[in-house]
Design a protein around this ligand. Sequence first.
Ligand SMILES: [Fe+2]
Length: 383
Amino acid sequence: MKNLHQSMIVAVDDMKINLELIKDVLGEEYEVLTTDNGQDALILIENKRPDLILLDIKMSDMDGYEVCRRLKNNPYTCNIPIIFLSGMSQLDDKEQGFELGAVDYLTKPFEIAELRARVKIHLNLKIYQERLENQNVVLEEQVQIRTKELEKAIQDLRDSSFEMIWRLTRIAEFRDDDTGSHILRMSYYSAIIARSLGLDQNKIEYLMNAAPLHDIGKIAIPDKILLKPGRLTAEECEVMKTHTTIGAKILENLRSKMIDMGREIALTHHEKWDGSGYPQGLKGEQIPLYGRIVAVADVFDALMSKRPYKEAYSLEESLQIIREDSGKHFDPEVVKAFFSSLDEIRAMETGSLFSDLNCQKILNLSVLQGRLFDQSHQHLSNP
Ligand SMILES: [Fe+2]
């Protein structure tokens, strides 16, 4: 950063004696360049970019006002402070000088001490102004760097939360669906239905990330029940049903909003609109909306999939079951939203809509694992 005594001054006066006087007075403290005409002054000043200009007004080739005007119109020189030094002492002369952008006006013959003092003041002002501008630039750069770092940290946190949830659900799903494709599809279906219901993007994203947790409680279901190749007995069915409460237990008391949504979904995705579901027998809107959405998405995918105890239903059969269960198993509004976005849900099977709804993360994870949309899953489970 420049200091006062590294400042450069250009003095312009057609009287050589004045230039010599200025050099004598200021030359010891500053670098002083001189010229005796306006044309040369313009070239010198643009080339050297001094910190201050001392400018005579009455000159033969071009008067000081014109020099000032041109300097102020030149983007390279417009910010250099100009002090007029002139024998013209009328108020009008001074006014014109200030109007043209001069920072000061000294009348000749000037007091040496006054010249020194004014020059020092204006050089200091310029230095402070430059420091302030530099500081602002530095601060702005720092703010931009910090903002980018913060944005990246937030994104990393979201990505790692999502990845943790995904991996957590894989632990539970792995035993009966080693492709993970069921949770992938049902999460996406849930997001599509949520969007069709008019939920905002934030909620849709939360739902899509939380829906995979719906069956996390299956981690505690014994293999002989979870993987049983055939229908469950009533007793086994009761054990299987506990995956809802166990899932909620696993996810309770965590401060993540997304995981809390997962807890709610785990607990309520087998509740039915008519109150005949489990574990609490909730009815209608007593069932949280996210649970109602996931119920449709989960059942639709289960119907379309081959299970150890059943073949896959056709699309028509699956849709018919969803339609018939509207108002019984499912919230009619959610079913309506499901049907109104059926094209999108069907397109999901080709993977063509993944650019939307922030599904890219799911896609990436799945592709990384090399198991995207493995339609040959043989081990889809009971409830
Ligand atoms: Fe379930």
